[in-house]
Ligand binder design. Structure first.
Ligand SMILES: [Fe+2]
Ligand SMILES: [Fe+2]
Length: 324
């Protein structure tokens, strides 16, 4: 068996979000155990001659078993899944939290793939569509901040942290007068703010416990390398790029990597910093527990106040506070 058929090359999918009306553009596999070894067999083929059969199969299946695709089809799958999810978000009568849950799951999958495997620009570009879906879920504001936090993962991973920051930025935006047509870019910048971490050795990113001084110096490079990644891709606006490059700047000038002060730090980056710190405090890591909303806001106000834009910090506390 050649290595491309190895278990590590198959990626689990959420078959429930497949669009059963359109034709498959990738093969779907199911997993079987053979002599205690996992093997993947074709479940539904993309070949045109099986089109009718596959359509019947997909429409009749309740997808109780786990299904997979080959990793070379990941971009196609994400594309298909986002389109199908858009249809669901716009047209289904499902409650807003159900819709957001599905969008969150797909976003997690896309972002995890980006950070954990190949850091591919094609997958990164998919984040644009995902942020669009987040915006649609947040638009009617039925979900509210509390509903949103119930959906979010509370264990810290770079990929869930990225999505959480994007969502906090987007839901906070109307409270500080960000025009509706700029919220997408704010969400995108929030979701990609740590994109530079894809360039940092994984042992450092996933290290349990405190970093050494040298390791911290390496981590600090992620704002600059993130900015470079964004510019290389050439499809992001200036404000999203500023969020990536400036989200560790501090209002008192003691941040990195430029040491900008006060309102020299771009507005979107000042918003991103609030969301970034808040999510880091309220998520669990192996070496620290997660804080409750009120505890996190108290620390931000009493111990870190000089790091934030004071007006934005107060608005953030008003926005997050009452539900905590
Ligand atoms: Fe960061
Ligand atoms: Fe971050």
């Amino acid at each position: 068996m050649s290595s491309e058929h190895g278990v590590e090359h198959y990626h689990p999918i959420d078959a429930k979000i497949l669009d059963k009306k359109s034709d498959l553009v990738f093969n779907i596999f199911s997993k079987v155990q053979d002599d205690s070894e996992d093997r993947f067999i074709l479940y539904a083929s993309k070949e045109p001659r099986y089109r009718e059969k596959v359509r019947e199969l997909l429409q009749s299946s309740d997808f109780t078993e786990e299904l997979y695709i080959h990793e070379e089809d990941l971009t196609l799958y994400f594309d298909h899944a986002t389109n199908s999810l858009r249809d669901y978000v716009i047209n289904s009568d499902a409650p807003p939290e159900k819709k957001m849950e599905k969008v969150y799951d797909l976003s997690r999958d896309v972002t995890q793939q980006f950070f954990d495997t190949n850091a591919s620009p094609e997958i990164l570009r998919g984040s644009d569509k995902v942020v669009d879906l987040m915006g649609k879920c947040l638009d009617n504001n039925e979900l509210g901040f509390y509903g949103l936090t119930k959906i979010m993962e509370k264990d810290y991973y770079t990929y869930t942290h990225s999505i959480n920051v994007g969502l906090y930025c987007m839901s906070f935006a109307p409270k500080v007068g960000i025009p509706a047509d700029e919220v997408h870019e704010l969400g995108l910048g929030g979701m990609l703010h740590d994109v530079g971490k894809s360039k940092i050795p994984r042992e450092i990113i996933n290290k349990e416990g405190a970093l050494t001084e040298e390791e911290f110096e390496v981590v600090k490079k992620h704002t600059q390398s993130g900015e470079e990644v964004m510019k290389e891709l050439g499809c992001y606006g200036e404000k999203a790029i500023q969020m990536v490059g400036q989200h560790h700047e501090k209002y008192n000038g003691k941040g990195y990597h430029r040491g900008l002060t006060g309102n020299d730090i771009a507005l979107f980056a000042r918003i991103c910093k609030l969301a970034d710190v808040y999510d880091a405090l309220t998520t669990r890591r192996s070496y620290k527990k997660s804080l409750k909303t009120l505890e996190a806001l108290t620390i931000m106000k009493s111990k870190m106040e000089h790091e934030f834009d004071p007006k934005l910090l107060n608005a953030f506390i008003r926005f997050m506070g009452p539900q905590g």
